[in-house]
Design a protein around this ligand. Structure first.
Ligand code: GDP
Ligand code: MG
Length: 183
């Protein structure tokens, strides 16, 4: 059998942040669905999931194997107190808002500022508008969302943790950015 030596691979610590109930935990589960290795405390309150991915290398057209660790909060965002330890060593951050709740987009720049204060200097960011499946409940126009992301210098992706739509492209964009910032 293939030895399990994920720890020998370069590990990318990636965080999911944003207001409560925007769908962070469900995005994590969606990402983990195709995973080889789930490191979790229990079905409720998963701390992080790991997934090995092959990334294309720019130079020789080959592949590089990396271990992506996607971290979830345990609901600390409800009291606005995410610890510095959560951010330590993070290489990428997905900042999530809920397309059906405008205040979650308004709070997004605050989340980015908070993360920039504690995460690695070279941290990569992406904005994810989750719950794109609830089309008739949308409370945020694409223009507004793009505007907020643009003002932060970040790419904006729509996704649905429910259907899976857009989830791989958003995470892949973030992971490739982490990869290029680490070169
Ligand atoms: P968190 O607090 O950010 O971790 O949010 P959760 O992942 O716990 O999700 C909050 C609520 O939104 C739950 O009721 C989920 O079922 C629901 N939810 C999460 N993602 C989606 C989505 O993409 N579409 C829909 N329709 N509901 C979602
Ligand atoms: Mg959660």
């Amino acid at each position: 059998p293939r030895p399990v030596t994920t720890s020998l691979l370069p590990t990318y610590k990636i965080l999911l942040i944003g207001d409560a109930a925007v769908g962070k935990s469900n995005l994590l589960m969606r990402f983990a669905n195709n995973s080889f290795d789930i490191a979790s405390r229990s079905t409720i309150g998963v701390e992080f999931v790991s997934r090995e991915l092959e990334l294309p290398t720019e130079r020789d057209g080959g592949n590089e194997r990396v271990n992506v660790q996607l971290w979830d909060t345990a609901g600390q965002e409800r009291c606005g107190a995410i610890s510095a330890a959560f951010f330590r060593g993070a290489k990428g951050v997905a900042v999530v808002y809920d397309c059906t709740r405008y205040p979650t987009l308004k709070n997004l720049p605050g989340w980015v500022a908070h993360a920039k204060q504690y995460a690695d200097e070279n941290c990569a960011f992406v904005v994810i508008g989750n719950k794109i499946d609830l089309k008739n409940l949308h409370a945020v126009s694409e223009e507004e969302a793009e505007g907020v992301a643009h003002s932060l210098g970040l790419r904006h992706f729509y996704a649905s943790a429910l259907t899976g739509e857009g989830v791989p492209s958003a995470f892949l964009h973030l992971i490739l950015n982490v990869n290029s910032l680490m070169r």
